[in-house]
Design a binder for this molecule. Structure first.
Ligand SMILES: [Mn+2]
Length: 340
């Protein structure tokens, strides 16, 4: 963390009386936790701080929504933000595409901005003026961890509701402190919040993770009926169809991260989930394990790229015209080629 930069950013925000807080579309725990905690911290310091989400908050994050009382951009977008606010704090993103629901709005505004983010990719969000501050630290595992360190640096008190939101965000972005981004900084911040606020990690874990609908489990049952192993169990394929969603009474949200299920098998190096909703397009989701675990690099971004998609080395996706039966052979062949 560039201490001078973050101090300058803190001083800038401290100079605003009325602060709008935004994050990315389809917010995750880190985005919501960072918005909620910064809103409480700034309110505690006597500012008027209002955090917005673009749409409804996923049920698993209801407790963060309750902590913050997020305003909904969709039905509560302020008519004249330049008149209503003195500055804009953007957390957990620095990209116009992720700010899409508000982008046109923000581009027309003269509000000064401070960005608090931990992503390497960034756009220049500055328009109409020149002195926005980009407090970005891509070595931080989460925006919430960065928010914690920022508050420590500035001497801003974090109350325990805000602390709970910060902890939830750090846990979300590190997969409960088990992804490769989990480092000492994250653990120190998490430990400090646990102790200071008597947080219950077990209860937070259950709130965040045992939050699925029965429909998701019914959908998972149908999906697992299609599970196939190939190449001595190194590759797993799974499928979802419109009929399965209908039988399960499930929505697309219920299918989030289902692609990971076969990765629990020791032999599995890579998984592909093929979803056919009957609209002439098959959605592909790829996952692979780290080379440290499986002794080789399986870059699923490269596989996805061959089908017109993209993503990360370990998690990628694509959309291919066709149906399951027309798309399946080529997809399976591509994954098998990558593992053998
Ligand atoms: Mn994040």
């Amino acid at each position: 963390m560039d201490v001078d930069l973050f101090r300058k950013a803190g001083q800038r925000v401290a100079g605003w009386r009325r602060i709008m807080i935004l994050s990315h579309d389809r917010p995750d725990g880190d985005a919501l936790g960072a918005m909620a905690s910064m809103q409480r911290v700034l309110q505690g310091l006597g500012h008027q701080a209002v955090a917005f989400t673009y749409d409804t908050v996923p049920p698993r994050y209801t407790f963060i929504d309750e902590i913050a009382g997020f305003h909904r951009w969709s039905n509560d977008a302020p008519a004249d933000i330049d008149a209503r606010f003195d500055g804009l704090l953007i957390v957990d993103t620095c990209s116009w595409s992720q700010l899409e629901p508000a982008a046109e709005y923000l581009k027309a505004s003269r509000l000064p901005k401070v960005v608090l983010d931990h992503h390497a990719t960034r756009d220049l969000l500055t328009v109409n003026h020149t002195d926005d501050i980009y407090a970005i630290d891509a070595t931080s595992a989460s925006a919430c961890g960065l928010a914690y360190e920022w508050c420590e640096l500035m001497g801003w008190p974090v109350d325990c509701k805000g602390g709970e939101a910060l902890f939830a965000g750090m846990a979300a972005d590190t997969g409960w402190f088990r992804f490769s981004n989990t480092d000492g900084r994250t653990m120190r911040a998490a430990a400090a919040l646990l102790e200071r606020c008597n947080l219950r990690a077990d209860i937070l874990y259950t709130r965040l993770n045992a939050s699925y609908s029965p429909a998701r489990l019914r959908l998972m049952r149908h999906m697992l009926d299609t599970l196939e192993f190939h190449a001595d169990g190194k590759v797993a394929t799974i499928e979802l169809t419109r009929e399965m969603f209908e039988k399960a009474g499930a929505t697309p949200t219920d299918a989030e991260e289902l692609v990971n299920e076969p990765m629990a098998a020791r032999s599995v190096m890579a998984t592909v989930l093929m979803t056919d909703m009957g609209d002439g397009v098959v959605r592909l989701n790829f996952r692979s394990k780290s080379p440290e675990l499986i002794g080789r690099e399986i870059d699923v971004a490269a596989i996805a790229h061959a089908f017109g998609g993209g993503g990360h080395h370990r998690a990628a996706g694509a959309r291919v015209p066709g149906t399951l039966s027309t798309v399946r052979p080529a997809v399976l062949a591509a994954v098998l080629a990558a593992v053998t």
